[in-house]
Design a protein around this ligand. Structure first.
Ligand code: ASP
Ligand code: MG
Length: 474
């Protein structure tokens, strides 16, 4: 039995209705041998994190009380979802969690040296509680399921807060814990985000880490697919707030998805899908509010559609910086000195272009700009432009298709373009424009690349969903 991994994020288990939807989605897929990975209920991780910070300020009572509403919310949700007996049992779980987190929060006050470790132990309750509730709901709905503590499967180093999984140990532990359940047609339900060191200390994988857990489970079990269930219909051809006619992209390569990741949290983080890439396991982004839609499939196969361009992403609020210096010509060490300035001020540089005597780059976070400029001026003449937007045209087909740049620029020929770059992967074409014109530019580009032949597109959609049905029944 080749399993499929289904991951549900915090909003997919945010309330009673959301839990019901998950039970429906999983219930309709029991034949696919699902392994379910779930996040904490929405906003719970934030609340747990905040409580540890309050405790660190030596306010244990306040910290403990701050979690009351969270525990109450779990109980109320369970009361509405479960039978009276189930809800009573779950209330006991919550009461135990309450006393365990209280103890941990008090320890934070007296053991500041263990802060990060204790914090991870507190955070783990978010995913533990949602996974216990979800498994119980499945059982009451007649779906054979069992909650599995993710700490038994995901073995990590001891870097609390962003622990790195030890893949060999993790794969072995995952297989030995989950395969017998899968064989017995029992659905394992695990909390994402949480792991444990080989000595049994609780760790977490970094914020948003449940996707990572799902990818790790998928790779460990050699799953047929990893499905990330969220509240959008996969990846869209453009931001729907700007282009209301934006459509779901059917397929993306891992590289295309990685390029798009920068442009919005809705796309998978490249680190997250690394285990899937290594195991060549397709990742599908699905919408829990529209479960019948195919979503976006991210996989290794490079499919360069005749259309070439897959998506047009953009980002506003960008600052661009230009540094010109005659010293750069024929010299080495110049770029190192330049990037050291950004490192010193802990500022992430995004797009970079360089000529013989000048470098242009873009920054998302310009908080340290005055200090950065002061340091850069030691290297050359510095220019800054605020209120810029970055537009990124992505598609594997860009690699070998002439004329894309001409088409992009002729479409927006009346708009000033700067910082033009094409990354080493040659699957994206990125540039900056002034922020005020970004809506107009993206709309026109979308029209130029996706506007026509809607009929042909819907035909190809039908075909691909047919072939999907074939492959799942095979
Ligand atoms: N609950 C964790 C967080 O909010 C992990 C996740 O949702 O992916 O960051
Ligand atoms: Mg999340």
């Amino acid at each position: 039995m080749i399993p499929i991994v289904l991951k549900f994020g915090g909003t997919s288990v945010g309330d009673v209705q959301a839990f019901e939807n998950v039970a429906d989605i999983v219930g309709a897929r029991v034949d696919l041998a699902p392994v379910v990975v779930v996040s904490a209920m929405s906003k719970v991780t934030d609340a747990l994190l905040a409580s540890t910070k309050i405790a660190a300020e030596a306010k244990p009572r306040e910290a403990i009380d701050s979690l009351d509403s969270i525990f109450k919310r779990h109980k109320q949700t369970a009361n509405k979802l479960l039978t009276a007996a189930g809800a009573t049992r779950y209330a006991t779980v919550i009461d135990e969690a309450k006393s365990a987190t209280s103890t941990l929060l008090r320890r934070i006050v007296v053991e500041p040296a263990n802060y990060r470790a204790l914090q991870d132990s507190v955070l783990a309750f978010g995913e533990t509680l949602s996974s216990i509730l979800l498994a119980q709901l499945f059982i009451e709905r007649g779906i054979s399921a069992k909650q599995v503590d993710a700490r038994r499967c995901v073995i990590t180093n001891d870097e609390h807060g962003c622990a790195a999984p030890l893949m060999t140990e993790t794969f072995a532990a995952t297989q030995s814990n989950l395969l017998p359940l899968i064989e017995a047609e029992v659905i394992p339900v695990l909390g994402g985000f949480v792991g444990s060191t080989s000595t049994g200390e609780t760790t977490t994988l970094g914020r948003g880490g449940s996707d990572y857990t799902a990818a790790i489970m998928g790779a460990a079990l050699n799953a047929r697919e990893i499905q990330i269930w969220t509240d959008v219909t996969g990846v869209l051809t453009a931001d729907p707030r700007v282009v209301p006619t934006a459509q779901t992209v059917e397929r993306l390569s891992y590289a295309e998805a990685a390029e798009l990741a920068y442009f919005g949290a809705k796309v998978l983080h490249p680190k997250t899908i690394q285990p899937a890439i290594e195991g060549s396991i397709p990742v599908r982004i699905c919408n829990s509010r529209a479960p019948d839609e195919a979503g976006t499939l991210v996989c290794a196969q490079i499919e360069s559609t005749p259309r070439t361009v897959k998506a047009i992403a953009h980002k506003t609020g960008v600052t661009t910086v230009q540094i010109s210096s005659a010293r750069m010509l024929g010299a080495y060490g110049f770029l190192r000195a330049l990037f050291e300035v950004f490192e010193k001020h802990r500022t992430v540089v995004d797009v970079v272009t360089t000529s013989e005597v000048s470098v242009s780059l873009s920054l998302d976070d310009a908080a340290a700009l005055p200090e950065i400029v002061a340091d850069l001026e030691k290297l050359g003449t510095v220019g800054v432009e605020k209120g810029r937007a970055i537009i990124c045209v992505v598609g594997e087909g860009l690699r070998g298709t002439p004329g894309i740049a001409a088409r992009v620029f002729s479409t927006i020929s009346d708009i000033n373009v700067s910082l033009i770059s094409q990354g080493a992967s040659s699957i994206n074409f990125t540039f900056a424009i002034e922020e005020e014109r970004v809506k107009e530019a993206v709309t026109r580009l979308h029209e130029a690349f996706f506007g026509e032949s809607k009929v042909q597109r819907s035909e190809s959609k039908v075909q691909s969903s047919k072939s999907k049905v074939q492959s799942t029944t095979a």
